[in-house]
Design a binder for this molecule. Structure first.
Ligand code: AGP
Length: 623
C-alpha cells in the first residue's frame, strides 16, 4: 500500500509533492522518491531509503526545479527496501519515470521478455517493468522523428498498449521528459484519485495528498486512464475512447481523510479486507501446479515435498492464524502440523524433526518471542518460511523463504486485515504443499481455488452484517463476560473473536473448543453470559448445534454465526448472523469479520480507545 502523488501546474512541483507525501505517510513507507521535469525537459530524480525525512534532507540540499513531477512513498511488496528499489523507476533512457501502488502479477515473464530485448534493469521491483514496457512502445518514434505535438499522443498510445500486457493491481503515474506538460495515470484494482485545481492538477493514492489545494476530486475506476495538464484533466478507457467523469467535492477534514472517513483505523482496516485478501492472493493461484510460488518465494516443489512436518510459530492473533494453518495443512497436504505459541516453544526443549519446515507468522515481523523461536529452530538446522506483512522486517531477513501478506500497514493495534491476509497466505501455502506432495489432485486444487477467488466478494457481502452486529453490540456492550465457542477449523476463530473483544473493550472473553464445554466452562453459563457460537457449515455442525442447545438449556444468550440456508439454528439461537457459503476450510476468513465488528462496536460504545487500547503495543518487540 504505497503512497503516490503527482502535480502539474503553475507552481514549483517539489514542495507540493513533498507535502503530499507527508500527508500519505499513514499509508506506510520504507523508502521514498520524487522526480520533477524542468523547463529544459530534464528530469531531476531523488530517492532515499527509510523515513520521509531522509528524502527531505536530499531535497533541501538540491531542490528539483520544475512545475510537473511525481512523488512516491513505498510500502515494499517486491524487492527489499533500498534506494534502488525506491520509486520513481526509470526506463533505459532515463527520460521516462513511473510510480506505482499495487502488484504486477506477471512482472517476471514481462521482465524476461524485456531483458531478452536488451533492457537493463536496476531494481528488484515489479514496477520497473512498466517503465521499460512503455519505452518499448515509444521505440517506433525514437530518434527524434516525432514532432513535439505528436509526442503526447505517442506516449498515450505507448502507455495504453503497455497496460494491455500487464496483469495485476496498479495505480500508476507516468512522466516523460519529452512531454513535460503532462502526466498520465492508469488505474486497476488500486486506488487512484485526481484533484482538479485552478490552473493545476493533482493525482494521488488518496485525497489527503492534495486536500489543502482542492476539494474537487475524481476517483478513477478500474481500466481507466487520465491525462493531467495544468489546465485540466481528460479521462479515457484503457480499451480506448474518452470517458466523462463527474467531479466530487470532498467534505472530509484531513484526519478523517486518512481514515477514509472511518472513525478509527481499525474500522477502516476491517473494511479493507476484501481488497487485502485479494492482494494477498493475487498472482499466487495460477498456474495451478506444484512449485508455482517458487519464482516469488523460492518455495520450489522440491523444498515443499521434502517437508514431512510443519511447525507454525507465532504469537497472539498470528498464533490463531497458525492454528487454522494446522487444519489447512493436515487436510490438504496430509502431513503433521503443529501450531505453537512462540513464547512457549522458545523455552521448551522442543524435539524437532530435521525435515520439518517452520512457518513463522507475524504482521510486524518484529515480535521478540517469534524471532527467538525462529532462531532456535534455525539453530537446529530447520528452514523457515515467513508469513509477514513487512518487507525488510527482522523476520523477513531471518527467514529462508518469504510469503508476504500484501495488506499494507496495519495501524489498529488489534490485528484484523493482517489476520485474514495470513489465512489467505496459509491457504495458498497448504495448497502448494498438497500439490507438491501429490496429496492434492489438480481438480481438488481447482475447486479450492475457485472458492479462494470468490472470497473478496463474499467478504464484501459479510461486511453488510455491520448494521446487525451494531444492534447486538448496543444490546450487550455492558455485559461483563463472553464465551466464544467453535469446533475444528473454527475453534481458533473462537479464540480470535475472544481476543479481539478483550483487547479493545477490556471485557473478559474466553474462546474455547465447543467440545470442551462439558469439561468445565459450561459451569460458567447463565443468562448474564452471551455465548458466541461459530456454527457455519462444517463436518462438525451437528455437534455445534448440540453445544448451542447445551448453552441454551443453561439460560445462555446465544449469538450464532451460520451459513445462509441453514434453518436449524432458528428457535435455538437468540441471534443469528448469516454468512454466505464457501469452502469449509475458508469459513474462518469470513467468520473473522463479524467477530471483528462485534468487538469494534462494543469497544466503541464503551468509549474505549479502539486503535490504541490500554497496555498494548502494535508490535511486541520485547519479551
Ligand atoms: C492481535 O490483535 C494483537 N495485536 C497481538 O496479539 C498480535 O497479534 C501479536 O502481538 C503478534 O504480533 P505480530 O503479528 O506482529 O507478530
Amino acid at each position: 500500500m504505497c503512497g503516490i502523488i503527482g502535480y502539474v501546474g503553475g507552481r514549483e512541483a517539489t514542495p507540493v509533492l513533498m507535502e503530499g507525501l507527508r500527508r500519505l505517510e499513514y499509508r506506510g513507507y520504507d523508502s521514498a522518491g520524487v522526480c520533477v521535469a524542468d523547463a529544459k525537459n530534464e528530469l531531476h530524480l531523488l530517492r532515499a531509503v527509510g523515513k520521509l525525512s531522509k528524502l527531505d534532507e536530499k531535497v533541501r540540499e538540491d531542490t528539483p526545479k520544475g512545475k510537473v513531477g511525481l512523488g512516491h512513498s513505498r510500502w515494499a511488496t517486491h524487492g527489499k527496501p533500498s534506494e534502488d528499489n525506491a520509486h520513481p523507476h526509470t526506463d533505459c533512457t532515463g527520460k521516462l519515470v513511473v510510480i506505482h501502488n499495487g502488484i504486477i502479477e506477471n512482472y517476471l515473464e514481462l521482465k524476461a521478455d524485456l531483458q531478452a530485448a536488451g533492457h537493463q534493469f536496476r531494481s528488484e521491483t515489479d514496477t520497473e517493468v512498466v517503465a521499460h514496457l512503455i519505452e518499448e512502445g515509444l521505440k517506433p518514434f525514437a530518434g527524434g522523428r516525432a514532432t513535439p505535438d505528436l509526442k503526447e499522443p505517442m506516449l498515450f498510445e505507448a502507455v495504453r498498449k503497455a497496460f494491455l500486457k500487464v496483469r495485476g493491481a496498479y495505480a500508476i503515474a507516468i512522466l516523460w521528459a519529452e512531454t513535460p506538460g503532462m502526466l498520465i495515470a492508469v488505474k486497476t484494482a488500486s486506488p487512484l484519485v485526481v484533484g482538479l485545481g485552478e490552473g493545476e492538477s493533482f493525482l494521488a493514492s488518496d485525497v489527503p495528498a492534495f486536500l489543502e489545494h482542492t476539494r474537487k476530486a475524481v476517483f478513477l475506476e478500474d481500466g481507466e486512464m487520465a491525462i493531467l495538464k495544468k489546465d485540466g484533466v481528460s479521462f479515457f478507457k484503457l480499451s480506448g475512447g474518452k470517458v466523462e467523469k463527474k467531479p466530487q467535492t470532498i467534505a472530509w477534514d484531513r484526519a478523517m481523510a486518512e481514515k477514509a472517513g472511518y472513525r478509527h483505523f481499525m474500522l477502516k482496516e476491517i473494511h479493507e479486507q476484501p481488497q487485502t485478501v485479494a492482494d494477498t492472493l493475487r498472482g499466487r493461484l495460477y498456474p495451478l501446479k506444484a512449485g508455482s510460488l517458487a519464482p516469488e518465494t523460492g518455495l520450489t516443489s522440491e523444498v515443499l515435498s521434502k517437508a514431512d512436518r510443519i511447525e507454525l510459530l507465532a504469537c497472539g492473533t498470528a498464533h490463531h492464524a497458525g492454528l487454522i494453518g494446522k487444519y489447512l495443512i493436515e487436510h490438504f497436504a496430509g502431513i503433521p502440523a503443529e501450531a505453537e505459541m512462540a513464547s512457549e516453544f522458545r523455552y521448551r526443549d522442543p524435539v524437532l524433526d530435521p525435515n520439518a519446515l517452520v512457518v513463522a507468522i507475524s504482521q510486524s515481523g518484529e515480535t521478540a518471542d517469534t524471532l527467538s523461536a525462529v532462531k532456535l529452530a534455525k539453530g537446529r538446522g530447520l528452514r523457515v518460511v515467513s508469513v509477514c506483512n513487512c518487507l525488510g522486517s527482522a523476520l523477513s531477513r531471518e527467514a529462508d523463504f518469504n510469503l508476504y501478506t500484501h495488506c499494507g500497514p496495519e495501524f489498529g493495534v488489534a490485528s484484523t486485515k493482517a489476520f485474514t491476509g495470513q489465512l489467505a497466505a496459509l491457504a495458498v501455502f497448504a495448497m502448494q504443499l498438497g500439490l507438491s506432495r501429490g496429496k492434492l489432485s489438480e481438480p481438488e486444487a481447482r475447486a479450492f481455488v475457485d472458492e479462494l477467488v470468490r472470497l473478496p466478494a463474499l467478504m464484501r457481502q459479510t461486511l453488510k452484517l455491520d448494521a446487525q452486529v451494531l444492534e447486538l453490540a448496543k444490546r450487550y456492550f455492558r455485559v461483563r463476560d463472553f464465551l466464544y465457542i467453535g469446533r475444528h477449523v473454527n475453534y481458533p476463530i473462537a479464540l480470535e473473536g475472544a481476543l479481539k473483544l478483550k483487547e479493545i473493550s477490556y471485557i473478559h472473553a474466553e474462546g474455547y473448543p465447543a467440545g470442551e464445554m462439558k469439561h468445565g466452562p459450561i459451569a460458567l453459563i447463565d443468562e448474564t453470559m452471551p455465548v458466541v457460537a461459530v456454527a457455519t457449515e462444517s463436518s462438525v455442525l451437528e455437534k455445534m448445534l448440540s453445544n448451542v442447545e447445551e448453552a441454551k438449556a443453561r439460560g445462555a444468550i446465544v449469538i450464532a454465526l451460520c451459513t445462509e440456508g441453514e434453518k436449524r439454528l432458528v428457535g435455538r439461537a437468540d441471534h443469528i448472523l448469516t454468512l454466505p457459503k464457501t469452502h469449509e476450510f475458508l469459513y474462518p476468513i469470513l467468520n473473522a469479520v463479524p467477530l471483528q465488528l462485534l468487538a469494534y462496536h462494543i469497544a466503541n460504545l464503551l468509549g474505549c480507545d479502539v486503535d490504541q487500547p490500554r497496555n498494548l503495543a502494535k508490535s511486541v518487540t520485547v519479551e
